[in-house]
Write a protein that binds this ligand. Structure first.
Ligand code: PLP
Length: 447
């Protein structure tokens, strides 16, 4: 661009290329340069950038009706999307509790709705003392103040700390760094899950409303799944104390792990499930909070009104787009491809970077994979934060025509650098070879 941009970009110093077109997993800028989207932006674009059926569905909806306020109308698209999601939850989630869908515009909105719904539920059933939220230090639930309060990313929280609501944070499930020598994965998972039990007892179970966690941690740590058994134990602990379990699958849900719902793979149903990014695949801004039937029934039998809402609730064009995305995933058998290509990408990463002196860990599920970058593999010592490695990796990857998602986070005062890969579900072997080759060049230039 020749004159200074008047768009308020988050990074004041960075000059962005101007994106003008999409072609499957590629984005194309105004100069005709092509970028392989190996991270879906932020794990959003799960169908790539030019899906015809989704585009047609959105155009058709806008031609018929673009918007109708949810205080006056429901719409066919919202009803059909909710039916689709609940049918899937009933079919796929063991002992599914989820029966209602609250449709919003994105992940942070879904998280805000869940926090308020948890509180209101206990008011409705006559337990007004339950208001506390427990979360994990390894977590991100959004950038609005409520979601930020329960999130555990210190860098994102720090400037706003005095404005955040109180929340209690417990240990993450982070085996690469926290599993003790000789400790089995199962024993480690039980140990960290039991911190929730201890914390609920310490705070007083009668004061705790909900526990919130990501089944696979994304934006703070680059694709860290909970160890097998951890979430089952968490489910039992929440039930023991009457605490609601909110699972945040905004990033890892809707097929990203190779399963429509990540929690189904862990064998549990939450009381509230948050989804967003892959729901609309970036074709429309959309998210949702799925909640247990009993929570909805408590409000119906009580005040009859969920005291929370936004102008774009159940936005009809967003719902039509999301429904088309979900049908495309189903009709195209794309979850099989996520599992197959996810395994292939992971193998290729291990072959290329498994012995790299600065890659400490390669992990993830399906097409949500992460590399942890370390200064020293043996000691797992992190890089100096002053290096701003995430910015360097991103810059070098973009120079190679590759979009990946590098991040730097701090947990319990420990710094870590990570790269997340979350390519579209339409990925093929030819794209995997491109990702590995370009990432290799980018890392060589950045490290
Ligand atoms: N929850 C999780 C797990 C996320 O990864 C994100 C975004 O990265 C959010 C919530 C917030 O979603 P949004 O950016 O759509 O508000």
């Amino acid at each position: 661009m020749t004159r200074e941009s008047r768009v308020f970009h988050r990074h004041s110093v960075a000059a962005y290329p101007v994106a003008v077109a999409g072609d499957g997993p590629w984005l194309i800028d105004a100069e005709g340069r092509r970028y392989l989207d190996a991270c879906g932006g932020a794990a959003v674009s799960c169908l790539g950038h030019s899906d015809t059926t989704v585009r047609e569905a959105i155009k058709g909806q806008v031609d018929a009706l673009a918007y109708a306020h949810s205080a006056f109308f429901t719409t066919r698209a919202a009803e059909d999307l909710a039916d689709h999601l609940i049918d899937k939850a009933e079919a796929l989630i063991p002992d599914n509790r989820l029966g209602k869908v609250y449709l919003v515009s994105g992940g942070s909105e879904a998280a805000e709705a869940a926090l308020k719904l948890s509180r209101q539920y206990f008011l409705e059933i006559g337990e007004p003392q339950r208001h506390r939220i427990i979360a994990r230090r390894q977590s991100y639930h959004g950038n609005t103040l409520g979601a930020l309060s329960v999130g555990g990313n210190q860098w994102r929280r720090e400037p706003f700390e005095p404005m955040l609501m109180p929340a209690t944070h417990i240990a993450p499930c982070y085996p690469y760094r926290d599993r003790a020598d000789g400790e089995s994965e199962t024993a480690y998972g039980e140990r960290v899950a039991d911190e929730l039990d201890d914390t609920i007892r310490r705070l007083g179970p009668e004061t705790v409303a909900a526990f919130i966690a990501e089944p696979v941690v994304g934006a703070t740590m680059g694709a860290v799944p909970a160890v097998p058994g951890y979430l089952k134990r968490i489910r039992e602990i929440c039930d023991r104390h009457g605490v609601l379990l909110i699972l945040d699958e905004v990033m890892c849900g809707m097929g990203r792990t190779g399963h429509l719902f990540a929690c189904a793979e862990d064998g549990i149903s939450p009381d509230i499930l948050l989804i967003a990014k892959g729901l609309g695949a970036g074709y429309q801004p959309v998210g949702a909070m799925l909640c247990a039937t009993r929570i909805h029934d408590a409000i119906r039998a009580g005040s009859g009104f969920f005291q929370h809402g936004h102008t774009y609730l159940g936005h009809v064009t967003a719902c039509a787009g999301a429904l088309a995305v979900q049908r495309r995933i189903e009709d195209g058998g794309l979850l099989d491809n996520v599992r197959t290509q996810g395994a292939a990408l992971r193998e290729a990463l291990a072959a290329a970077f498994g012995a790299h002196p600065h890659v400490g860990d390669i992990r993830g599920r399906g097409l949500m994979l992460g590399l942890e970058l370390v200064a020293d593999r043996d000691s797992k010592a992190p890089f100096d934060p002053a290096l701003k490695l995430n910015a360097r990796v991103k810059r070098e990857a973009m120079a190679q025509g590759l979009m990946c998602y590098p991040m730097g986070g701090t947990i319990d005062g420990r710094r870590g650098d990570h790269i997340m890969l979350a390519p579209p579900f339409i990925l093929g072997p030819e794209h995997i070879a491109e990702i590995i080759g370009r990432l290799d060049l980018a890392l060589a230039a950045a490290l």
